[in-house]
Ligand binder design. Structure first.
Ligand code: CA
Length: 717
């Protein structure tokens, strides 16, 4: 294990930089109006309900819900495509999206129709056999709402229930659409629009209720999950994950209990605990499991001075899906201070452990430990590190609590910690094969220097994490430290045995930020990766059996389905999400950009992607600004306001514009863009409320300086 302190000495004088508006798109996108050219489809039943999802294995040709089944295993019984013939897999059809931002959705496939969401919460219905578009719905999310989205304007999927398609929109609406036509059935607003909430997660439908959470804990919100009647949109219940102002009545007894684990005036910052992605439902126990996110701000010294566990941050919480009442919880990271969410994918399985069949819930959250919990009562069965974890040595099996490494809380000063806020594993779904008994984790090792932002002031609606951005910026490091960091940054598929509690094998990737997983009965797993390859591996050994260039990074999970006895594999390809927006050089190393498509494969198909032109990037900045103070101030301000979307050190990761390539002409528009909001429809809002013209000019000086540094590094004058 690398000492967290060894690199710390080298890193403590430098910066990690953050920024606040995640919206800017390389090219304008003309909003597409609703196209309704679908004739009344004769065949599709589209009448998915709970009974049908529970019996999903009786119709393996369909992919009925987000994780295929309520237990979210992402394992398909289809085996026509298998380890013996997968080398005959070829591209059958592809569908080009009109957007150029990250694609994270898992499509739903029912009775020959495919339903998916794309960037900006748009919904698409296609013929799953041909890729022909049947209808599309654009909820017309205002571009400026992207300023509240930490991690791209993505959406992770829709739900289907009794002929309706449900989508949560980036600006907080839940919409019901007619699955055959795309016509709007109803729309409800699930958030207080005066607060920076977003929705990127896929709804689940349980017992006739549509369950949806939200994001925003980097900006200052209080997390909750809500249930709406699938037919009418009427709200059924809401469960807040953390207590509000204790001067007000608590919404539940569970929150009264939770309030005893908080200190200070957390509610003024929002407090966090957003339920922005994972859920699972056990129909036998009638329990809904939700994954709860990080604190807001991240830094517990600011959020809850004096400490405390801060329930239910970073916890798995079991709820009654009919009433929203609390049943049990397990907290993975007490007193969370590193953005260690427990919102990562949860898989339900029945495993034989120590001779007894246990109903378990499996999770590999950001904090680097793989958890096996008894899902009847939340009891910890085991927790083992699945990657390097420098913040805690182990989880005590008696107390169920992590044993932390001294200094990891960065109270006394900055600390280099692995995993990073990107997580040892993020939202990218895992898969579980009952055949191999293995969980396939798209895992990663990324170091991060955490240090308190001594000048932290809560800025409503903007980036509010309480971590000083000037501690660990990659571009500020001397070359030898950069080389060390690049060496530490890794991504891999880990095949994990949850019973033996150990890694069985791994596939090493060049970089982190790789796609979600699919496992099949054909002894196969499928995954796309950050360097633009889509590949199939043997599920039992990890041997790569087939691959294809996708021309773009893939972060979404593949699905499989069949039509008229023919099996298909399908995946949304399109580089995006937190890693390429935020990670600067780490992400740029992938060398990919966003090309947004659905790729669908079958045996014997011979399709090919059109060749893509790599845009010629020319560095042509205005002259250097001869003002070191302005550049230094600009660097700090860029870190605070710009990095979260435009990347560490103004290095673009292939999704939002790489600002170093702004030419002199574009630079003349700088104040108009930054303060005037010229590109607000693409997500680059006006920062006039938080930046003075002088401050904006200082950021410009820093960006120009970065262009010249790049010119110098490339050997040009
Ligand atoms: Ca977070």
């Amino acid at each position: 294990m690398t000492s967290p302190l060894r690199l710390l000495t080298a890193l403590c004088c430098s910066a990690f930089v953050f920024l606040s508006a995640c919206g800017q798109e390389p090219e304008p996108v003309s909003p597409e109006s609703v196209v309704d050219e679908a004739e009344e489809p004769a065949g599709p039943r589209l009448d998915v309900d709970g009974a049908r999802i529970i019996a999903a294995d009786s119709e393996p040709g369909n992919w009925l819900s987000h994780g295929r089944t309520y237990d979210e295993q992402r394992y398909s019984p289809l085996e026509q495509i298998n380890a013996a013939n997968v080398n005959e897999l070829g591209l059958d059809w592809y569908y080009d999206f009109e957007t150029k931002r990250g694609l994270e959705a898992t499509p739903i496939v029912v009775d020959g129709m495919m339903f998916t969401s794309g960037a900006w919460s748009r919904v698409y219905a296609l013929d799953a056999g041909t890729g022909d578009l049947l209808w599309t719905h654009d909820p017309e999310v205002p571009g400026e709402w992207a300023v509240h989205a930490c991690c791209d304007v993505v959406n992770r999927g829709v739900a289907l229930w009794k002929g309706s398609v449900f989508v949560g929109t980036l600006d907080g609406r839940l919409i019901s659409l007619d699955a055959k036509t795309g016509a709007v059935n109803w729309t409800v607003l699930t958030i207080d629009k005066s607060k920076p909430y977003t929705i990127t997660g896929a709804p689940r439908v349980v017992n006739g209720k549509v369950i949806i959470g939200n994001g925003g804990a980097e900006y200052g919100v209080r997390g909750y999950v809500s249930a709406y009647d699938a037919e009418t949109g009427a709200i059924a219940w809401r469960f807040y994950t953390i207590p509000g102002d204790p001067a007000e009545p608590f919404e539940s007894e569970a929150l009264e209990m939770a309030a005893g684990t908080w200190n200070g005036e957390w509610w003024k910052f929002g407090g966090g605990g957003t339920v922005w992605d994972s859920m699972a439902f056990d129909s036998e126990l009638n329990l809904l499991y939700i994954g709860v996110g990080n604190g807001s701000p991240w830094n517990q010294q600011i959020r809850s001075p004096g400490g405390g566990d801060n329930l239910f941050l970073s916890s798995i919480v079991a709820l009654n899906p009919d009433s929203g009442k609390y049943v049990w919880h397990y907290q993975t990271t007490p007193g969370e201070t590193w953005d260690y969410t427990a919102t990562q994918h949860m898989i339900l399985a029945d495993l034989e452990i120590d001779g007894a069949l246990r109903k378990v819930i499996l999770q590999a959250p950001k904090n680097g430990f793989f958890y096996v919990l008894d899902r009847e009562n939340g009891e910890l069965i085991s927790a083992e590190p699945y990657v390097q974890t420098t913040w805690a040595t182990h989880v005590d099996p008696e107390t169920g609590r992590p044993v932390e490494v001294e200094g990891a809380r960065y109270k006394e000063g900055p600390a280099l910690v692995v995993p990073a806020p990107y997580g040892a594993h993020n939202w990218h779904p895992m898969a579980f094969s009952p055949d191999s008994g293995l969980i396939y984790i798209p895992a990663q090792d990324i170091p991060f220097v955490y240090g308190t932002d001594e000048n932290f002031e809560f800025t409503p609606g903007l980036w509010n994490v309480g971590v000083n951005p000037l501690y660990a910026s990659f571009s500020e490091q001397p070359p030898e430290v950069q080389a060390q960091l690049m060496e530490m940054v890794k991504g891999q598929i880990i095949a994990w045995d949850p019973v033996a509690r150990r890694e069985v094998w791994r596939v090493q990737h060049a970089l982190p930020g790789n796609g979600g997983m699919l496992a099949t009965a054909g002894n196969l797993i499928f995954q796309g990766n950050s360097t633009g390859t889509f590949a199939a591996y043997r599920a039992d050994t990890g041997d790569q059996l087939w691959s294809m260039s996708a021309q773009t990074g893939i972060v979404a999970s593949p699905v499989t389905y069949s039509i008229d006895g023919e099996q298909y594999i399908s995946v949304l390809a399109g580089w995006g999400g937190a890693f390429p927006l935020f990670a600067g050089d780490f992400a740029a190393a992938a060398g990919v950009r966003n090309v947004s498509r659905i790729l669908t494969f079958k045996l014997g198909a011979t399709g090919a992607l059109p060749s893509i032109e790599t845009p010629k990037m020319v560095l042509d900045p205005p002259p250097r600004v001869d003002d070191a103070d302005a550049i230094a101030r600009g660097k700090q301000l860029y870190s605070d306001r710009c990095m979260v979307c435009h990347g560490d050190g103004a290095v673009g990761g292939g999704v939002t514009p790489d600002l170093r390539y702004m030419d002199a002409e574009k630079h003349q528009m700088w104040q108009g863009i930054v303060l005037g909001g010229l590109h607000r429809e693409r997500g680059m809002v006006s920062f006039a409320g938080v930046l003075t013209p002088e401050e904006s000019t200082a950021i410009q000086a820093f960006v120009i300086e970065r262009s010249h540094q790049m010119l110098e590094a490339s050997g040009s004058p």
